[in-house]
Design a protein around this ligand. Structure first.
Ligand code: PML
Length: 245
């Protein structure tokens, strides 16, 4: 099997701004058609036309692991205040400190971290070694049958079903780790206002109106138990190939 990844960006005032990305794990005979799909996605993104598209096609050497897809539920919040209240109540119930939530929320709102921040659920201290890059969950693919089941369930609840599939795949890989208590995510796409809270027990809770339309904020945070081996956790999230069943 092969991992195919695409990242499209544009250079703005010397800074590389992320436009879009896509990835999957495929058989060799599927690669060509996915590269075409990924290229189309990069070129037709509402954020604009990129000036750089990097496609990586890599034969997987490590055995592929499988994880269960989290169950999906949509929470209808009216505005960001209601959404944050929902988030806070559930985060506290999971035993995560308010301090940890504040660190995560500030990073999502004010930092332009490219990947996710990994936060000690008690002390609120961010643990990722590279504070600019963060941690990027990669080498994931949802099983075709699970994908069509999820698509059926959410078809009237999102304008961008592929976004839900990708986010659910990431959340399921993250939640499969015993060290992770929960994840929160706000899309960095200005026009996409649904985010999520996920955990092994709660499942994948899609939270509508977690930000206002047009807001450029966004990011991910993973709340973890400590002590933990951060290098091992990052290696699994970034490098270990996983199929979500
Ligand atoms: C969803 O609607 O369930 C997806 C929410 C998070 C999307 C993250 C992203 O793709 O930017």
């Amino acid at each position: 099997m092969w991992s195919v990844r695409m990242r499209a960006s544009i250079n703005k005032d010397g800074l590389e701004e992320h436009i879009s990305g896509a990835e999957g794990i495929f058989n060799i005979d599927e690669i060509e058609s996915y590269i075409k799909k990924f290229y189309k996605r990069a070129m037709e993104h509402p954020k604009g036309i990129p000036d750089k598209i990097v496609v990586t096609i890599e034969k997987l050497k490590e055995p592929i692991q499988t994880v269960r897809a989290l169950s999906v539920k949509t929470i209808f919040c009216e505005d960001p205040e209601e959404a944050y209240q929902f988030l806070k109540e559930n985060i506290i119930k999971l035993g995560i400190s308010e301090e940890a939530l504040n660190t995560a929320w500030n990073t999502i709102r004010y930092n332009k971290m490219r990947g996710a921040t990994v936060i000690d659920a008690k002390s609120g201290v961010p643990l990722e070694p590279d504070k600019e890059r963060g941690v990027r969950v990669s080498r994931i693919q949802m099983d075709k049958r699970r994908k069509s089941q999820v698509l059926k369930k959410i078809k009237n609840l999102t304008s961008q079903p592929h976004r839900v599939i990708e986010a659910l795949s990431i959340a399921s890989k993250v939640a499969s780790l015993n060290e992770v208590i929960a994840e929160i995510c706000v899309s960095d796409n200005p026009d996409y206002t649904t985010g999520y809270l996920s955990s092994k027990d709660l499942g994948y809770l899609r939270i509508m109106n977690i930000k206002k339309e047009g807001e450029k904020i966004g990011g991910r945070a993973f709340f973890v138990k400590t002590p933990l081996n951060i290098e091992k956790l990052i290696y699994y999230l970034e490098k270990t190939p996983v199929i979500v069943l």
